[in-house]
Design a protein around this ligand. Structure first.
Ligand SMILES: CC(=O)N[C@H]1[C@H]([C@H](O)[C@H](O)CO)O[C@](OP(=O)(O)OC[C@H]2O[C@@H](n3ccc(N)nc3=O)[C@H](O)[C@@H]2O)(C(=O)O)C[C@@H]1O
Ligand SMILES: CC(=O)N[C@@H]1[C@@H](O[C@@H]2O[C@H](CO)[C@H](O)[C@H](O)[C@H]2O)[C@@H](O)[C@@H](CO)O[C@H]1O
Length: 339
């Protein structure tokens, strides 16, 4: 008799545990009822989902990195690529390095290993805060490009509601809060587009040449570098603890996998978008979109050289725009087009 009770108790326990696992397998809000038909239906639905997507990577309604939903996305997204150059991944693949060296035709580049060694003697090279992930998290990110379509958009509050707000180059927020928000967690720059940032903002330097990495060291120490292809700031106030570095291998990955080698190299906008796909669970884009002439106009100024990238062919703006539109079409990002 005791044995039978024990068996029944064990069976019930396993049954309830399995049911609650399947019913709670994902975080979608499902109405749970205990009507037998409903239970069987929910059970089979969850079972199908479990078979299709064995483990959900995040707790948002949809997770960017979830595979199996768009072949187009799956063919481009490589989860193993690391967006940041850290002390844990200082080697640049020979292929990427060869390509990277040509981007800005650098003459007599300093030895790259020596350069990276000096870099991490100056900054910490720890990218953990960004790269640490868990399936119980739902990290929502806004990537804010510099487009004039943000004027009168009233997106400010919406942008500020994200966990991470990524901005780039000389983009200001002060005076434009109602359209672009006031929160920034990460700001992408290269030496030629540098601007000082509030203390709590992380600066992500995108290196397009060896000199850019050397500039980081110089700008925090001796101040010897003040010119690349244009004048650059000799010294910066940004705290060394707040500096992160975009990985050249990741730049090459964006160029090969996402841009399919269109243009000479990727723009800061598309580099930020793919970066966000790798560190965020939900990605929303604001401030992306050329003007009627196809030029990259800014929301805070009338920039006369907005069309220069088309003349020089440095970036393929149309191809980049196709990528963001397709990402939106396959529900990997949302594109807020402004005005
Ligand atoms: C004259 C010139 O070289 N302009 C380039 C400027 C310039 O170097 C910096 O603004 C200096 O601070 O930088 C770029 O870009 P820029 O700083 O203009 O814009 C950043 C990213 O926002 C997206 N954008 C911008 C304007 C617009 N109307 N539509 C958009 O979609 C793009 O994705 C763009 O990449 C750059 O770094 O990518 C690319 C631009 O071509
Ligand atoms: C307009 C143009 O082609 N300028 C190039 C300049 O390109 C800019 O490089 C930036 C990074 O340093 C960033 O990618 C920006 O979006 C580009 O417009 C460089 O390639 C420079 C190298 O000498 O040559 C300029 O003519």
């Amino acid at each position: 008799m005791r044995r039978r009770h024990l068996k029944m108790f064990s069976f019930l326990f396993v049954f309830i545990a399995a049911m609650s696992f399947f019913l709670n397998y994902n975080h979608y809000e499902a109405m749970v009822t205990w009507a037998p038909q409903q239970i069987v239906m929910q059970f089979s639905e969850q079972f199908k989902k479990l078979m299709k997507h064995p483990r959900r990577p995040c707790s948002c309604k949809a997770c960017v990195s979830e595979l199996g939903l768009s072949l187009w996305f799956d063919e481009r997204f490589n989860q193993t690529m690391q967006p940041l150059l850290t002390t844990q991944n200082t080697l640049i693949s020979p292929d990427s390095y060869k390509w990277w060296l040509k981007l800005q035709g650098e003459k007599n580049p300093k030895n790259i290993n020596e350069t990276i060694k000096e870099l991490f003697e100056t900054i910490s090279g720890d990218g953990n805060q960004l790269q640490e992930r868990s399936s119980s998290m739902c990290r929502r990110c806004a990537v804010v490009g510099n487009s004039g379509n943000l004027r009168q958009s009233h997106y400010g509050q919406d942008i500020d509601s994200h966990d991470f707000v990524l901005r780039m180059n000389r983009a200001p927020t002060v005076g434009f809060e109602s359209d672009v928000g006031s929160k920034t967690t990460h700001h992408f720059v290269y030496p030629e587009s540098f601007k000082e940032l509030p203390e709590n903002v992380s600066m992500i330097v995108i290196p397009f040449k060896t000199l850019d990495l050397r500039w980081v060291v110089s700008a925090l120490t001796t101040g010897t570098i003040n010119h690349t292809y244009v004048p650059v700031p000799r010294k910066i106030k940004v705290k060394k603890e707040k500096i992160l570095v975009y990985h050249p291998d990741f730049l090459k990955y964006v160029f090969d996998h996402w841009l399919q080698r269109h243009g000479r190299y990727p723009s800061t906008g598309i580099l930020s978008v793919v970066f966000a796909l790798h560190v965020c669970d939900e990605v929303n884009l604001y401030g992306f979109g050329a003007n009627s002439k196809g030029h990259w106009h800014h929301y805070w100024e009338n920039n006369p050289s907005a069309g220069a990238f088309r003349q020089t062919g440095v970036h393929d703006g149309d191809f980049e725009s196709n990528i963001t539109s397709t990402l939106a079409a396959v529900n990997k990002i949302r594109l807020f087009k402004g005005r």
